[in-house]
Ligand binder design. Structure first.
Ligand code: TXA
Ligand code: MG
Length: 320
């Protein structure tokens, strides 16, 4: 990854092409947020449902003012506090980014905290719509190799910035009102948000982003969630019963199972989860056992993604 690579990627974006690029959370598949044909191509390459809007990436807060019809005092405060970083703000949209909004009158905007993403956005000088660079329904990519495995020759360029440091996606917050409303849990924790802008809502949020309606993040093997501390034991049990097993747990597993950990804490699990799901698939195991963590801090986003990967609450359609 060199500066000429960034220039090349920026030129492709400005010409209406699509480029995969690293962020601190996951890799994105970017294109000019103002061009309908580019956005249509992003949806086609991913196989993404057309009613699921894209996040628009900008270099700084000035970029927000350019794509938002109105920036509330709350949005401004959150942007000042959390950008660059893994917080996405939903605000009233301008026509400049209409293609990315899937017909909504709002747009989701974020400033990624990654030197390559920053350099790319500055060089391109346009708002860049970018969903995660996976095929729809699959685990999000946290390395350039994951992007190539899913999208291969369907993208014009892949910028390789190494492995993502956070590993789960940004927190999506509706920032139009006076209190933040979390639409998707993510890397900025509820606790961090509450410290800056207390929310009146507590407990389960009835509001969700369109993209959280569907099952997601699923590898081709079965995903089983083990209780905290029990991952290695559960993996051993399944292996003893004759299954081919991979495990991502807080303690090392016995021989006879594919060890994908151990993870050292919740942030480490966040970083490794999507890669482990893909690795289990490559190993062609019957099941990957992932050990649960407490749903607090970034653990809330980790458990949300893990439950979706395991299909918890998302039964397959009757004819599947
Ligand atoms: O960390 C991330 O957010 C990554 C990196 C690449 O920035 N991007 C990402 O994009 O996760 P994607 O497309 O996989 O997820 C975007 C989420 C979806 O759940 C979508 O429904 C929601 O953001 N979203 C986008 N625009 C919205 C809007 N106007 N209102 C509510 N939710 C919105
Ligand atoms: Mg995604």
């Amino acid at each position: 990854m060199t500066s000429p690579d960034i220039q090349r990627a920026a030129t492709i974006l400005r010409a209406g092409g699509v480029v995969a690029f690293p962020t601190e959370t996951v890799y994105g598949l970017g294109g000019d947020a103002g061009r309908s044909e580019t956005i249509a191509r992003i949806f086609a390459v991913k196989g993404r449902p057309l009613d699921n809007p894209l996040i628009v990436h900008v270099a700084d807060q000035t970029g927000l003012e350019a794509v938002a019809a109105e920036v509330s005092p709350l949005a401004r405060r959150l942007a000042e506090h959390f950008w660059p970083g893994p917080l996405t703000l939903v605000v009233q949209a301008t026509d400049a980014v209409r293609p990315a909004t899937a017909g909504l009158d709002t747009v989701a905007v974020r400033v990624p905290d990654h030197p390559v993403a920053q350099a790319l956005l500055l060089a391109a000088g346009i708002p860049v719509a970018a969903p995660s660079a996976n095929r729809s329904g699959r685990p999000s990519p946290t390395t350039a190799a994951h992007v190539r495995a899913d999208l291969g020759g369907d993208v014009d360029f892949v910028l390789d910035g190494g492995p993502c440091t956070v590993g789960v996606e940004s927190t999506v917050v509706d920032a139009r009102g006076v209190v933040p409303v979390v639409l998707r849990p993510g890397a900025v924790t509820a606790e961090e948000l509450a410290a800056v802008a207390p929310s009146t809502a507590n407990g389960a949020q009835p509001h969700r982003s369109p993209g959280t309606r569907h099952a997601h993040y699923q590898p081709s093997c079965r995903v089983e969630i083990a209780p905290p501390g029990m991952g290695a034991a559960r993996a051993g049990e399944l292996a003893a019963a004759g299954q081919r097993v991979a495990v991502l747990a807080s303690t090392p597993a016995d021989s006879g199972v594919h060890e994908l950990g151990p993870f050292t804490g919740t942030a480490d699990l966040a970083r490794r989860l999507y890669g482990a799901l893909r690795e289990a698939e490559r190993l062609a195991v019957d099941v990957i056992v992932v050990e649960a963590v407490a749903p607090e801090g970034i653990g809330r986003a980790v458990m949300d993604r893990l439950e979706r990967a395991a299909g918890v609450g998302f039964p397959p359609p009757a004819d599947a």
